[in-house]
Design a protein around this ligand. Sequence first.
Ligand code: FE2
Ligand code: FE2
Length: 260
Amino acid sequence: MLKLLFIGDIVGRPGREIVEESVPRLRREAGVDFIIANAENAAAGAGITAAIARSLLDSGVDAITLGDHVWDQRGWEVDIAQMDRVCRPANLPASCPGWDHVVVQARGFRVAVFTVLGRQFMNMKAEDPFACADRMVERLRGQADAILVEVHAEATSEKQALGWHLDGRVTAVLGTHTHVPTADACVLPKGTAFMCDVGMSGPYASVLGREVAPVISRFMDGMPRRFEVATGDVRMSAALVQIDPAMARAAGIELMTLRR
Ligand SMILES: [Fe+2]
Ligand SMILES: [Fe+2]
């Protein structure tokens, strides 16, 4: 069996620190073969920089994915083109810079990963994620032994629908973006591991990783405020997927939560 760890939205320094501390240990002690992380909130809660991407990759993360916060840091739209182990959502317009997928390899087995953005309650110029996923799966079939699709979306219905849509054609469909892990990890009938949201890696004494008080005030009076990344109850949240290499099907999936 191969083990693939998919780490949910890394939020700010607390998220980066717990991931960078944990990844080498998980390789060594838990025998994890592939480590993929969504880092769309890694730079002070919004976006990513080249230095942060390099640091995560140096710690042992194999590939980095992104979401709707992909362009939040200035300069990243230039730097992303130099980083072939980082991909931006595949259903952004073709004119956007950056790769639309990454292929990672371990023990002679290749896993292709790509992200699609949902369109329900999301404010991005994204193409239909179902059609995009269909096209990407066809294109990547010959380039990889297994495919992982990240669904970066707000609506649980859209994520579940994409899971069923891709069941049997990819090894895993894993949700991100809501920052809260869901209790629905399962292997769908045709062998695709699914989870609505793998949760964030960052401070859980927070609202989605940000300090609580300014968020409450903003909800109450609508005035703009700085939302600093919180500091308390730091956790890493991830999905651990077991892959049967003979069939490229998922043999199991579980939520993994690490605390400092
Ligand atoms: Fe996020
Ligand atoms: Fe997001």
